[in-house]
Design a protein around this ligand. Structure first.
Ligand code: NG6
Ligand code: CA
Length: 492
């Protein structure tokens, strides 16, 4: 087998980072020198998409190479959900394992834990975690930083468990524990107020989704999350290097998702308040990772992919002044909408690829989906995929390394409501959907309309002029293509 194209792979997967949030994607307010450097050393994609405008479905898709609609449970999950990736399904880390790589996950999971047959007992070993899905090493938090339990899980177990102080978790509407601090009962404990939701347990002075009792020694410190994950990521690189093994690391950082609590040295790093500051912190983490690769002498042999699971949101439920301090910053860049949205702001995201020995430098307008990484890596590794593996992933290896400027012919993505958008050439087609055109709490346009919408992305990147009535045949064709993609379910 030709091994010259084999390199280590790191995916840095940000959470809710928008198309316009990095200086290399046009931000003048947030400076991201480390990501800009990665950009200068590699390829910057302008037309790359996450599979969904929210987290769980996008993460499902990047790791399985399947459209989220193939899994009826691929929606934003509570922190006590069972794992939605079936243990027999092929996954991207499994592909790397088969190729002889050491595989690791560090960071946010949000795909559920345990086989779901019984409620999770957080005080025992969990029977289905990332280590059952292809990861040799796993250091994660279960869902999001705003959901309980606020603990790290390593392998199968919560880190720092104390049998004297067992952990209980509940997502019931009513709090089942009368001896824990809650948002409405104990407002004096809050160091950050919620703007909507996040009013159940108070953990570390912050209102969260869900109720949690016990586990005091296991509870994370929000200001330490970034460094804890970074340390683990670096440890994984060092161990792999020491063992002389090629590696695949999925480093799913939690920034800039709410609650936004940077470590003290990034407080005030930008004029934008916590949202800007945690992006600066994220940029630093990437810089540290790069330094480590340099130190180990493997920068040349490592492909770093940087992207985000969905588009940006300013106020996602906490009073952290993201709106007030935003100034002229445009988190979604020129795109319309944001997180949750069917407009491009929901799913079109930063996507940087660098690997000095393989990837050309520059800008690529190739159309590519995150789910394509799976088949593209199979190509890079010289591995065959079984017919039922990564069924929606297309081999975009040539685009990924900058040798094919076109990429996919078409790509489907979805919004919060699972409404579909199809990108094909310069067209985006938003299928008609039920629901409000505007989400008041987060102040984002949903893109929902009872009418079909068609936008020409060449002239109208901001999706301002719906030309569906002028191009009825294009609308018909794209509607038909969507139907075909959705029906392909039956044949798999
Ligand atoms: C929403 C939360 C939001 C965020 C989102 C998931 C409220 C009011 N809003 O329900 O804060 O957690 O879910 O984000 O609770 S994601 O990036 O993980 O998809
Ligand atoms: Ca997200």
């Amino acid at each position: 087998m030709d091994t010259t194209n084999r390199c280590n792979v790191i995916i840095v997967y940000a959470d809710d980072l928008g198309f316009g949030d990095l200086s290399c994607y046009g931000s003048h307010q947030i400076h991201t020198p480390n990501l800009d450097r990665l950009c200068a050393e590699g390829l910057k994609f302008t037309d790359a998409y996450a599979a969904s405008a929210v987290c769980t479905p996008s993460r499902y898709s990047i790791l399985t190479g399947r459209y989220p609609f193939r899994n009826s449970r691929a929606h934003i999950l509570p922190g006590d959900a069972g794992c939605i990736i079936e243990p027999e399904l092929d996954t991207m880390p499994r592909l790397f394992q088969r190729a002889g790589y050491r595989t690791g996950i560090v960071g946010k999971w949000h795909l559920g834990l345990s086989d779901g047959s019984t409620p999770i007992d957080w005080n025992r070993e969990i029977n289905l975690t990332p280590i059952d899905l292809g990861f040799d090493e796993s250091f994660i938090f279960p869902a999001t930083a705003d959901r309980v339990p606020c603990v790290y899980v390593e392998g199968r177990s919560v880190v720092n468990l104390d049998p004297q102080d067992p952990i209980s978790v509940s997502y019931d509407w009513e709090c089942p524990f009368d001896d824990i601090p809650t948002y409405h009962k104990n407002p004096e404990l809050l160091k950050m107020k919620s703007s909507h939701g996040h009013d159940m347990s108070i953990v570390e002075g912050i209102g969260r989704i869900g109720y949690m009792r016990g586990g005091r020694k296991a509870i994370w410190k929000d200001e330490d999350l970034a460094e804890t994950f970074l340390d683990r990521a670096i440890r994984f690189l060092e161990d792999s290097h020491r063992q002389n093994q090629p590696f695949f690391l999925y480093y799913a950082v939690h920034q800039p998702h709410v609650p936004r609590v940077p470590s003290p040295r990034f407080r005030g790093a930008t004029a934008l308040g916590p949202r800007g500051d945690v992006i600066a912190e994220l940029d630093w983490c990437v810089g540290e990772l790069r330094k480590e690769l340099e130190k180990l002498g493997i920068l040349e042999d490592t492909m770093i992919i940087f992207s985000s699971d969905n588009g940006p949101v300013l106020d996602d439920g906490y009073e952290d002044r993201a709106y007030e301090l935003n100034g002229t910053h445009r988190a979604a860049g020129p795109l319309r909408g944001g997180k949750y949205s069917k407009f491009d702001g929901g799913t079109r995201i930063p996507f940087l690829v660098s690997c000095p020995k393989l990837v050309h430098r520059g800008v690529s307008h190739a159309l590519i989906g995150q789910m394509d990484l799976f088949a593209s890596f199979a190509h890079m590794l010289g591995m065959e995929l079984a017919p039922d593996s990564a069924v929606d992933s297309q081999d975009m290896y040539a685009a990924l390394i900058g040798e094919d400027p076109v990429g996919r012919e078409e790509l489907m993505v979805e919004d919060l409501t699972c409404g579909k958008m199809l990108r094909s050439g310069n067209w985006t087609y938003l299928s008609p959907g039920q629901g409000a055109p505007f989400m008041k709490e987060v102040r984002i346009e949903t893109g929902l309309s009872k009418d079909p919408q068609l936008y020409n992305m060449d002239y109208d990147i901001g999706q301002q002029t719906n030309v569906a009535w002028d191009y009825e045949s294009v609308v018909k064709e794209m509607e038909e293509r969507l139907r075909k993609i959705m029906e392909s379910d039956r044949t798999r």
